[in-house]
Design a protein around this ligand. Structure first.
Ligand code: 3EB
Length: 355
């Protein structure tokens, strides 16, 4: 293989994936409606099964992360992972049914614990992720994707996203990790009711730069009206490896300050979201300049749409902002606030010329 090329993300069909025969795949996310890829079992490549339907014309689509150098696979407890010398991709799925036992039942079948099964599943998934990173010595979480069934449903006196947030925060605290400032980029979306909690992530041996959005209150400083425990994520992380820069932009929505804007107006929500992403690009470019420059049209974007009927309006806004040739995929997913209709996550890649 040639000189290290840094991390790389592609969204591809199964036919494209097979034809490419990439030797350096780190991990794959497969979305609802796409058939399994044999590669997972054959080459030990971790595949996260995400239960959010695709909204694009192609029936099958895979998110493929490559490390640019030879990789090896492993498993730690329930975390399946694959790693290069610098980077580790991992994934875990945890059902609430298996965690309901841990919560404990009385003889009448009622919960005796104080936490929901989702809280327990989240705690266990994050405990195992942190233990994997400690054992394999990739201390820095760079980017985390979280898919929770029924994210907006209430139980145990609060919304399930809030339950997830309190468990995530507790688990990260228990592992000795920071809860503000140096925290990974992330997305947290809804998934099908009968699916497990699915978390996949990238971690590294080198710390990234942590990027916040000057237009938004940091999520880890959200006021209590959005939950008793703040969500633990950075608006973006910027990774510099010998092969190049990678910019991980968290799930971004129509939030300014800490408030949701343009309630009910899908076009305006999409434009506000893009303005937030542009603000993050400005911040990232200050850090990466003059070595690398990120721009909107060159990002790989994953767009989460709450109501499939809104797709044409969202697509029109994205096409006019990014151009028709942009790399964009669309998924149906519920977003963590009821009043948000669209959320966009993005990845920028800037290879560095070999020295
Ligand atoms: C927001 O800005 C929208 O809880 O990990 C975006 C990205 C959102 C990540 C998370 C939540 C998360 O608050 C929601």
């Amino acid at each position: 293989m040639r000189a290290p090329r840094g991390l790389h993300l592609d969204y591809v069909s199964l036919a494209e994936y097979r034809a490419a025969r990439w030797p350096d795949v780190l991990g794959v996310a497969r979305f609802n409606g796409s058939p399994p890829i044999a590669d997972g079992a054959e080459r030990g490549i971790p595949v996260a099964q995400v239960s959010t339907p695709l909204l694009t014309a192609t029936a099958d689509l895979y998110e493929v992360w490559r490390g640019g150098e030879p990789a090896e696979s492993g498993q730690y407890e329930r975390v399946r992972f694959r790693r290069t010398g610098e980077t580790l991709f991992g994934c875990i799925a945890m059902t609430e049914a298996e965690c309901a036992q841990a919560v404990g039942h009385t003889s009448r079948g009622r919960r005796s614990g104080t936490h929901s099964a989702l809280h327990e599943a989240t705690t266990e998934a994050y405990r195992q992720i942190c233990a994997t990173l400690d054992a394999e010595t990739y201390p820095h979480l760079l980017r985390v994707w979280n898919y929770l069934p029924d994210i907006n449903r209430d139980s145990h006196g609060c919304e399930r996203y809030w339950q997830f947030n309190s468990a995530r925060q507790d688990a990260l605290r228990a592992s000795g990790r920071p809860l503000t400032g140096n925290v990974p980029a992330a997305s947290a979306l809804g998934a099908a009711s009968d699916s497990p909690l699915v978390v996949y992530f990238l971690a590294g041996r080198t710390a990234p730069a942590f990027v916040e959005n000057p237009r938004q209150v940091s999520a880890y400083h959200y006021p209590r009206q959005y939950g008793t425990h703040s969500p633990v994520f950075s608006r973006a992380t910027l990774l510099r490896q010998p092969g190049g820069f990678t910019l991980f932009i968290s799930g971004t929505a129509s939030i300014v300050g800490h408030r949701s804007l343009h309630v009910g107006d899908i076009a305006a929500q999409t434009r506000e979201t893009l303005a937030n992403i542009e603000a993050l690009l400005g911040e990232a470019n200050r850090v990466s300049s003059p070595e690398a420059h990120f721009c909107l049209a060159a990002l790989a974007c994953k767009v989460y749409v709450r109501r499939p009927a809104d797709l044409p309006v969202i697509q029109a806004e994205l096409n006019s902002a990014l151009g028709d040739s942009a790399r964009v995929i669309y998924l149906q997913a519920d977003i963590c606030r009821q009043d948000l209709l669209v959320e966009i996550e993005a990845t920028g890649m800037c290879p560095l010329a070999a020295a």
